[in-house]
Design a protein around this ligand. Sequence first.
Ligand SMILES: Nc1ncnc2c1ncn2[C@@H]1O[C@H](COP(=O)(O)OP(=O)(O)OP(=O)(O)O)[C@@H](O)[C@H]1O
Ligand SMILES: [Mg+2]
Length: 274
Amino acid sequence: MSIFQELSNRDRVFEFLAPAASPVDVRHGPILYLEDVSVSFDGFKAINNLNLTIDDGELRCIIGPNGAGKTTMMDIITGKTRPDTGSVWFGSRHNLLTMNEPDIATLGIGRKFQKPTVFEALTVFENLELAMAADKRVLQTLTARLSGEHRDRIDEVLKLIGLSQLRNREAGILSHGQKQWLEIGMLLMQKPRLLLVDEPVAGMTEQEMERTAELLTSLAGEQSVVVVEHDMGFVRSIAKKVTVLHQGSVLAEGTMDQVSNDRKVIEVYLGEGA
Ligand SMILES: Nc1ncnc2c1ncn2[C@@H]1O[C@H](COP(=O)(O)OP(=O)(O)OP(=O)(O)O)[C@@H](O)[C@H]1O
Ligand SMILES: [Mg+2]
């Protein structure tokens, strides 16, 4: 094996410098598992005995009225909020409740917040480059061969997010939708196993929404994707399995048709005036 091949096998060669997170083990079950999770804020139960299971490679949509606990659920998975009770596992090996936010991210859980946070003065390409550099596992001063690999990964992600033509333009000139895709691309640079996306299409045009539907659908399989969204047309266009949250618990789960015909779900949405 040549020295270049050795060096490019970074997980093995640099393990002693920056131990890579041990891979998520999904052989015996789901990629994400929440059991009886509860959290209260000043006595108010924002999450109330929540049980949720996401399979490896699944695209799951989470819907529910304002205040149902959707964002709080993501806060718990990513380590931003600690639940009062319950368990949260990533594969069968990683107890997320024993880990902090950066370690959970390094393990392969990427989160997209609603507001895009791209670096406007940098080009699209540079934004992706920077996202890769943020990965502790990648050492920057390596061989030309390895930076070639980095470039290949950036090209691959540019294609996925549909921004290849704009690679050398400043991110500041992008439309709102394009910025959202760039931010998803920045998450993808770290090759996450699970992507959490909170309200991705808010403020997007119809066309941008369609493109986002294609993007998220294409990511599932390689990644598991959990999408929280209020836009029902959008959810219907991508949905396989849908979970309805209400008052911090699962109210219903199933196909879009099943949940939208569920009496409890209809009551909750009618009660909201929707
Ligand atoms: N850090 C916090 N401190 C106090 N209350 C909080 C905190 N985070 C969330 N809450 C409350 O918990 C409840 C659930 O909020 P959450 O943001 O998870 O809902 P959501 O389903 O994401 O709603 P939306 O669809 O409006 O985004 C709300 O009543 C909210 O006010
Ligand atoms: Mg929310």
